[in-house]
Write a protein that binds this ligand. Structure first.
Ligand code: MLT
Length: 279
């Protein structure tokens, strides 16, 4: 059964592929277009559909937006680390971009995966986009809360476990479009498998702290966050982004944590400008 695709995504020339990894799990990937390859890595607990308003980049670039292990339509059987998710991106780069260099764009959890990918495969990158994310690892309290959620989700189900995240994800605005975005995000959250929530939380809890490595990231990097993002606030983001040797940082007015969904035209403009400088 096909999943519901929004009108924005329908306007773009993209398809879904199933890629079987060596580990036996299947990754669902939205892809289309030709030219330099731009990967879009989603946040938690979302899936590739969070990028559907950016699929129009496929008119100029080769777009690849995977559902990471367990999320969306991808399968998962056992816990993993964010390093293994970075290896999944590398496997997809080899299969879908014929081993060519890429621009890697990730939001929040996707950004944590981008840092891991940079650590392992910096030589394969033409550029990085770090949207609504942070380089720091978690405090003990946050790690504990993630472990609790990972346990509870199998009993309570996904929606009851994650619905409290909704106000932190989407900024409160009362435009018809923001209501649509809120409904779309709720739909994605509710459809996420309990195992994806549990394994995603456990992987994020174990992640590496990259704050002392920022000045070694010698790749052009665009950092973006939303004016009203409570999880990755503008002041913190401007501060850490200033350590990137080739970084530029933009704060998107009126956006919350999901800037590519909430303010798609501004996000599109910033990313277009960045990509034009690289390619
Ligand atoms: C996300 O949007 O990916 C999450 O907020 C990341 C996190 O839980 O740290």
């Amino acid at each position: 059964m096909g999943r519901q695709i929004s009108s924005e995504a329908r306007g773009a020339d993209v398809n879904e592929l199933s890629i079987v990894a060596a580990g036996g799990y299947m990754l669902n990937v939205v892809t289309g277009g030709s030219g330099p390859t731009v990967f879009f890595v989603h946040g938690f607990p979302l899936d590739s559909r969070m990028w559907e308003r950016q699929y129009r980049f496929s008119s100029v670039y080769h777009v690849v937006a995977p559902d990471m292990r367990g999320f969306g339509r991808s399968s998962v059987y056992e816990p993993y680390t964010l390093t293994e998710l970075a290896d999944d991106i590398e496997m997809l780069r080899n299969r879908l971009a014929q081993g060519k260099r890429i621009v890697l764009c990730g939001l929040s959890m996707g950004g944590y995966i981008v840092f891991e990918y940079w650590r392992r495969y910096a030589q394969h990158l033409d550029g990085l986009v770090l949207a609504n994310t942070k380089p720091t690892a978690d405090s003990e309290n946050v790690i504990q809360a993630r472990r609790e959620m990972a346990e509870q989700v199998f009993e309570r189900g996904t929606w009851d476990t994650v619905r409290g995240m909704m106000p932190k994800l989407v900024a409160q605005r009362s435009t018809p479009d923001s209501e649509l975005v809120t409904a779309r995000v709720a739909e994605m959250l509710a459809a996420t498998k309990p195992a994806a929530v549990a394994y995603g939380q456990l992987a994020m809890a174990e992640r590496t702290d990259f704050k002392d490595a920022l000045n070694e990231i010698d790749t052009p990097t665009l950092v973006v966050t939303g004016e009203h993002d409570p999880l990755c606030p503008p002041d913190d983001t401007l501060r850490w982004a200033s350590h990137l040797p080739k970084g530029e940082c933009e704060i998107i007015e009126s956006a919350g944590h999901l800037s590519p969904m909430e303010t798609p035209d501004v996000f599109h403009e910033l990313l277009s400008r960045f990509l034009k400088k690289i390619y």
